[in-house]
Each structure stands twice: as C-alpha cells, then as structure tokens.
Write a protein that binds this ligand. Structure first.
Ligand SMILES: Cc1ncc(COP(=O)(O)O)c(C=O)c1O
Length: 344
C-alpha cells in the first residue's frame, strides 16, 4: 500500500497489529502481537464503568541517517506509572513499557514515515482495568496495549499562530482530582468546552486553575509556556495539569540557549508579561498562540500571523533533535534496533 506521507492527518490508520500484555494475580505476562484491531473485553470491565484507564502519546521518527528512534520513552513510562497510581491501577514497569513500545514499532516498521516527509509514527500506550466490577472497586486484572499509527506533519501550511479562549463555567480537572493523570475522564470533561470554543472561533481552549479560576493551568491537550518581554521562559506550576514531556524538553533547550526558566503560578491578569506564548505537546511540539480571550479582555502576543523568534528557535531545535538533524546532546533518542527486549 502506498502511503501519502506528507498528507497524512492525525487520524487512525490500520496497521499490521498492536501489542498486548495482560496482568493477573500480581504479574505481567508476555507481550503478544494481535492483528485484528479489537480487544475481547467483559461488558462489566472496570475501565468501561469506572474509568480505570490511562494512556500515553509519544512518537517514533526516522532520522536523517535512517535510524528509527523513540523520543524520551522513559518519560512516558514514568508518567503512566503516576497515572496508574492515581487511578489505583497496576503500574507497567518502565522496562516493560519501553520494550512493548519498541516491539510495536518493530512490528509496524513499514508504517514509520521516511525522513524528510515531516511525518512520524504516533505511539499510543493504553492501560485498562479489565475485571468485571459492578460495585465500585479497583480491578485486579489489567491489559496494557500499544497501538501505533502514522501521522502527518502538524504544520502543512507553516508554523502559524492561533487564538485561544478561556471559557467561563468549565474545568477539565478538580483541585485534588486527576488533572495530573493522563486519563480519559479529563479529556471527556474538555470535549464540551472545546466544542463550544470552536463554535466561537477558537481552535484551542485555555483552562484556569479549578480552585479559584485566577491562574493559568493548561490548554485542552497541551501545556502553556511563554517567553516574557524580558526573555524568561515561564510555565505554570499547578497541581492539576499534566506534566508535559515536550514542555520539559523545551525548558532544557531554553536553558541551553541561556534563557532563565521559571515554573510558577501565572495569574491570568499577568498574561501581559508575555511577548510570545505557545501551547506545547507531542502532537505539534509548539502551537504559537497570538491571543488569549478572557471575557471582554484580550491579551495579545506578538504578530497575529507569524510565530515569535524564540518559539521558532525552540521548535527548530526540538524537531532538529527528533529527526537527527541536530546532535542529540541530551541523550533523548532511543534507537529501536539497539533496544534490548525485556527478558521473560
Ligand atoms: C492535557 C495535556 N497537557 C499536556 C500535554 C502535552 O504533553 P506531552 O508533551 O507529553 O505530549 C498533553 C498531550 O499529551 C495533554 O493531553
């Protein structure tokens, strides 16, 4: 099958199969490849009724010199372990997580987009509670699944800014809830405000802290980061946001560029301090944000049609490392052919 790599979207495409590992009686079994894109699941499984599910998202890239690499998979493994802990699920050991991701890529080698297409292979690890539970309780059995699908370049028409809005009356997470976990419920809670935002012309929604609605939390599927007028990289610290691997990587690259990096609460009323604002995450790396609408107040950052210089530089550096155009100075890439499978 010929794949039109540069014109792929962010959508599921059938592949050779997915990897699955089951957990029962306190032990993880052996990873298996399944070719049909379905899972046998009990109708009373805890993931369906009580939301015991956590997922991850990372990418594999073909580098300039033809290697296939994963970007910082251990970070996703650690974050899934945190999500599992919060949702009272069996954690997937880090080595097993990485090994199953590597095997899923290896089983779908021909779906890894070639270098130069701007596309990548999206990897979606998923952990679900499978025990039939009619009463509310944590499952004793789990399934860890890794599916992959090729996705196209996020910016086909250039690295252009979009406008965001804060929608009053909607939170994605609660103050001591599951905002730090990557679990479906947070995304379900964001669907309606995101839909309403799009209807009002805002492709992206900014959530504020759920306790006071005074501070910036994060966008629906990405972290908030910005460069202040005096050249500081700032990102919110909050107990209800997801710890983004991209944001962490950008902070390290910003420090390499000599920028001070600050993680602290950011009041919505202080958004005027930013010269550049971005939404950062695995899918797009950075989406430049040219304005945040908050009720009748509009905060504007830089030009409406072009990304600012610091975000452009950070974006170039991160993508440059991912595609092997720049040296991997922080040891972020894992070569799938060099990865050792977990011993059984
Ligand atoms: C709510 C939320 N915040 C932040 C991110 C960015 O995280 P990462 O950079 O690890 O993709 C994502 C995307 O995964 C997300 O869904």
């Amino acid at each position: 099958m010929a794949i039109d790599w540069p014109n792929l979207t962010f959508a599921y495409m059938p592949t050779n199969g997915y990897l699955v590992v089951e957990y029962a009686e306190g032990v993880w079994g052996t990873p298996e490849v399944r070719t049909e894109p379905y899972i046998p699941l009990h109708i009373a499984a805890s993931c369906l009724h009580y939301g015991q599910e956590a997922f991850e998202g990372l990418k594999a890239f073909t580098t300039r010199d033809g290697r296939v690499v994963l970007f910082r998979p251990e970070q996703n493994a650690r974050r899934m372990a945190l999500s599992a802990e919060r949702l009272c699920m069996a954690p997937v050991p880090e080595e097993l997580f990485i090994s199953v991701c590597v095997q899923a890529v290896q089983a779908n080698r021909e779906f890894v987009p070639p270098y130069g297409t701007g596309a990548s292979l999206y990897i979606r690890p998923l952990l679900i509670g499978t025990e039939p539970t009619v009463g509310v309780k944590a499952s004793d059995t789990y399934m860890f699944i890794v599916l992959v699908t090729p996705v196209g370049p996020y910016y086909k028409d250039g690295f252009r800014p979009v406008e965001a809005a804060v929608l009053a009356g909607y939170d994605r997470a609660a103050p001591y809830g599951t905002g730090r976990a990557k679990t479906g419920g947070n995304y379900a809670a964001s669907l309606l405000p995101s839909h309403l935002g799009k209807e009002q012309g805002y492709p992206i929604i900014l959530f504020t802290d759920p306790a006071e609605h005074k501070y910036v939390d994060e966008f629906g599927t990405s972290n908030f980061m910005g460069i202040t007028h005096d050249g500081v990289y700032k990102t919110p610290s909050s107990s209800s946001i997801l710890k983004s691997v991209t944001n962490d990587s950008l902070q390290i690259l910003a420090a390499d560029m000599g920028l001070p990096v600050v993680s602290a609460p950011i009041a919505v009323s202080d958004l005027g301090q930013f010269a550049e604002v971005g939404a950062c995450g695995t899918a797009a790396v950075i989406t430049p944000i040219s304005a945040v609408h908050h009720g009748d107040v509009v905060y504007r950052f830089g030009a409406a049609d072009t990304a600012g210089p610091v975000l452009t530089e950070l974006f170039g550096r991160l993508q440059g490392i991912q595609y092997g155009d720049l040296p991997d100075t922080h040891g972020w890439l894992l070569d799938v052919d060099a990865a050792v499978p977990v011993a059984e």
